[in-house]
Design a protein around this ligand. Structure first.
Ligand SMILES: Cc1cc2nc3c(=O)[nH]c(=O)nc-3n(C[C@H](O)[C@H](O)[C@H](O)COP(=O)(O)OP(=O)(O)OC[C@H]3O[C@@H](n4cnc5c(N)ncnc54)[C@H](O)[C@@H]3O)c2cc1C
Length: 290
């Protein structure tokens, strides 16, 4: 894949490039257009403690470069990249290092949500560190049947919560198999996170989606509830629905785009292909033409 120029071009649609510098250039462009960013160093399920330490080191570089260049950006990381498969202690030590640097730089650190095998461990670690690191933010997935309860527990601690639909293949006992149910769940959770009660407890909701109906629902709900523009945000992925950036910014909402970089792009890229079959057809057409 790396050697085929057509494949490389297609990967580059979703991934800023192999190096941190590529991501920072993309962030600077977004910031110039009034869009905030989140930076992800691609990687997951590392096999050794050294790899996990290197991943945490990379996030310290991300935080330092964001501060040095005065960019409007935050890191967004995966716990299996920081060693969750190797035990809670390894992962916790790495997350604590990154969160502490983020705290010193007054920067939020988003903890992504991975497959349901990690949901409990991710939320437990988030809750354990949130008391000492108020800059930690977490993610919930609307497709999981459990998420209504998880959201209530996160509201209790006034968490910063990214709501996404969910990107992993899950069995129907755990996740809604029908897209309509996922969308309905997202809408319900969105309303709850924007409720006066949740906001009064300090919740900071981030609605991560490219679904225009849900983006409108978030903006309308915030407007009707008198929620100030700096008390919530919308989030999108690099390379998807770029056409929505300008109108969303013009409407006065805070928009953040997640910019991934790194050589370990395979898992991330495959999830982007899988969530939109049209991408696959387009990808193979490019390959054949290339
Ligand atoms: C900022 C951000 C962070 C995320 N973090 C996580 C996370 O931590 N854990 C997790 O499980 N998931 C995460 N996701 C992924 C998310 O769960 C969905 O898989 C993804 O956003 C697609 O769903 P959608 O909400 O855009 O809605 P959909 O209904 O899938 O899509 C709505 C429209 O968006 C466009 N679109 C969506 N996906 C693509 C694509 N791949 N290529 C081209 N167009 C597309 C299409 O126009 C589509 O009609 C994140 C998403 C965002 C935006």
């Amino acid at each position: 894949m790396d050697r085929l120029p057509a494949a490389r071009r297609f990967v580059r649609r979703f991934v800023a490039g192999p190096a941190l510098e590529d991501a920072l250039r993309a962030v600077a462009r977004l910031n110039a257009d009034g869009v905030d960013a989140a930076v992800t160093h691609l990687g997951e399920n590392v096999a050794t403690a050294d790899d996990a330490t290197h991943a945490a080191d990379a996030y310290l570089d991300v935080l330092d470069e964001i501060a040095r260049r005065r960019l409007r950006a935050v890191p967004s990381l995966k716990l299996t990249h920081l060693g969750l498969d190797l035990g809670e202690a390894v992962c916790r030590a790495n997350l604590e290092r990154v969160a502490t640097r983020g705290l010193a730089n007054r920067t939020l650190v988003w903890v992504d949500m991975e497959s349901s095998a990690y949901t409990n461990r991710t939320l437990d670690l988030y809750r354990a560190l949130h008391a000492s690191h108020s800059n930690l933010a977490c993610v919930v997935q609307a497709y999981l049947r459990r998420t209504t309860q998880d959201v209530e527990r996160l509201i209790e601690v006034g968490a910063a919560v990214r709501l996404c639909k969910g990107a992993y293949r899950e069995p129907p006992e755990i996740a809604f198999p029908d897209k309509r149910d996922v969308d309905a769940s997202y809408a319900r959770l969105l309303d709850r996170l924007l409720s006066a009660d949740a906001l009064a407890r300090g919740v900071y909701p981030a609605f991560a989606t490219h679904d225009e109906r849900l983006l409108d629902r978030a903006r309308d709900g915030a407007k009707q509830g008198g929620v100030p523009a700096d008390r919530y945000e919308l989030q999108m992925l690099y390379g998807i629905r770029h056409d929505l950036h300008a109108p969303l910014r013009a409407s006065g909402v805070r928009l953040r785009v997640l910019v991934p970089y790194g050589k370990d792009w395979y898992g991330y890229f495959m999830r982007r292909l899988a969530e939109r079959p049209a991408n696959l057809a387009f990808f193979f057409r490019q390959l054949v033409r290339g």
